[in-house]
Design a protein around this ligand. Structure first.
Ligand code: ATP
Length: 435
């Protein structure tokens, strides 16, 4: 073995799970445990990177995984790569129609073109061929299982530069419990939330008043706790009581809840489907409900107009949206679906347009007057008094809405969407202040 050389190996894995089971985070966790047994530790927390939320073949949240190890010899590189491939082969859900695992090995430092690739994997949609060409171009070794679509996300997961980050502690179940009801003590989750919020977040769905940390799929995850630092998510994890045995847990560094998918300074006319944006606009058509409980309204900027939607799963968020009026000035965050409708994640009301009711004047006798006909003023129905030159009276309508941010509830939130609490507490600025 040549122990003088230090080889930095980036490992990227994606698309190993299906709706029926597995989770690439779990696969990464057990690979890391195996490497630890051999004395090989990752240089940093493994990374869980969320990519374009509109990617067509995603299972759930379009997450890809990566980690970095420093190795001393070619033999060690081979050993690590063999273990990773062996585990993917053994544990990936190959039966899933849309499960097409991909693995990437890359040695050395991440380059600007790799960072650019990763950014675009969040903003737009790639083909497998493009990712394969890119892997060759950067000199990465790649492994495609079945169609190998996973290489798209695997390259992005090793390449992305985090300018803001959060952490997620994922606890895993014993395999014999997969698919059964998760046995968690809800009270302990509410207590954990009380003690650690807002440093952890999305633990509770406030609206439904239930614990939101457990998934509802047959996957290996018992629960996931999200927060601003590795310390707080581990502390919170230690506060949760589980009635079933936890097989293992792992803390991931992630771009979840950073708004990394959002593109700024794009005008309405330049927005494309599957892109996610933050932009200033004005309401130009009032909200209305359509079948299925979805609420639609129209906004404009100086370049064009756009249809926006708060879909049914956003629940009480729709009540806020229903209160918007023509003329209100907003900053909207959201993504454009294939129908060119913007799916709102959150918005900020910057200016509330005063709204008025126009009413007929009140007569001296106290009765509200009636119109006497077009251009003929008003006439009192009680005492018959006439007012020939009077106009309607402008009465302000009380707007039951306030300036500031509004967001969809926890359960309807995209993994990448930054919760307002991270903005108001400044948690999203910590990393940029450090660098
Ligand atoms: P989970 O959330 O459970 O990890 P998932 O939603 O991450 O599941 P995957 O199984 O990872 O779903 O499938 C997503 C697929 O989409 C992967 O093959 C990934 O490589 C691919 N993909 C990721 N980003 C893009 C993109 N920008 N363009 C095209 N394909 C993409």
């Amino acid at each position: 073995m040549n122990s003088e050389r230090s080889i930095k190996l980036h490992v990227g894995i994606d698309d190993t799970d299906s709706a029926e089971g597995m989770c690439t985070t779990y696969l990464t966790c057990i690979i890391l445990r195996k490497l630890e047994e051999l004395g090989i530790k990752p240089l940093d927390y493994p990374r869980l990177i969320r990519l374009n939320p509109f990617a067509r073949y995603k299972t759930r949240g379009n997450g890809a995984l990566s980690f970095v190890v420093n190795l001393n010899s070619r033999e060690e590189v081979e050993l690590v790569e063999n273990i990773v491939l062996e585990y993917v082969e053994k544990y990936a859900m190959f039966d899933g129609v849309n499960t097409n695992p991909g693995v990437i090995f890359y040695e050395g430092e991440v380059t600007d073109e790799m960072r650019q690739y990763a950014k675009s994997a969040i903003y737009s949609i790639y083909t497998i061929d493009y990712a394969e060409e890119f892997a060759k171009q950067i000199g990465a070794r790649y492994h495609k299982f079945k169609k190998g679509r996973g290489i798209i996300g695997a390259i992005a997961a090793i390449s992305i530069e985090l300018t803001d980050q959060t952490f997620e502690c994922l606890a895993y179940r014993l395999p014999e419990n997969y698919g059964t009801k998760r046995q968690l003590d809800d009270e302990s989750i509410f207590y954990m939330n009380e003690q650690t919020y807002p440093e952890t977040f999305d633990n509770i769905d406030i609206e439904g008043n239930y614990a939101a940390i457990e998934p509802h799929t047959p996957c290996p995850v018992l629960y996931g706790i999200r927060g601003n630092t590795p310390e707080i998510v581990e502390k919170a994890h230690n506060m949760v009581k589980s009635y079933e045995e936890i097989q293992d847990y792992c803390i991931f560094k992630t771009n979840q809840h950073t708004d990394m998918h959002i593109q700024y300074d794009v005008k309405i006319n330049d927005m494309v489907n599957t892109g996610c944006y933050s932009f200033d606009c004005q309401v130009t058509k009032a909200p209305h409900d359509i079948e299925g409980g979805h609420v639609f309204f129209e906004v404009s900027d100086e370049t064009g107009m756009l249809e926006c939607a708060a879909f049914e799963p956003t629940k009480s968020f729709r009540d806020i949206v229903r209160k918007l009026c023509v003329g209100d000035k907003l900053t909207i965050y959201g993504g454009l679906n294939d129908n060119h409708t913007l799916n709102i994640e959150k918005f900020k009301i910057n200016e509330i347009e005063p709204q008025y009711n126009y009413k007929n004047p009140i007569c001296e006798c106290g009765k509200r007057m009636k119109s006497a006909g077009k251009g003929k003023g008003f006439k009192c129905p009680k005492c018959s008094k006439r007012l020939r030159d009077a106009d309607k009276i402008k009465e302000p309508i009380l707007r039951d809405i306030y300036l500031g941010f509004y967001e969809v509830p926890t359960e309807a939130r995209r993994h990448l969407a930054k919760p307002i609490i991270r903005i108001t507490t400044g948690a999203d600025k910590v990393l940029s202040k450090k660098s």
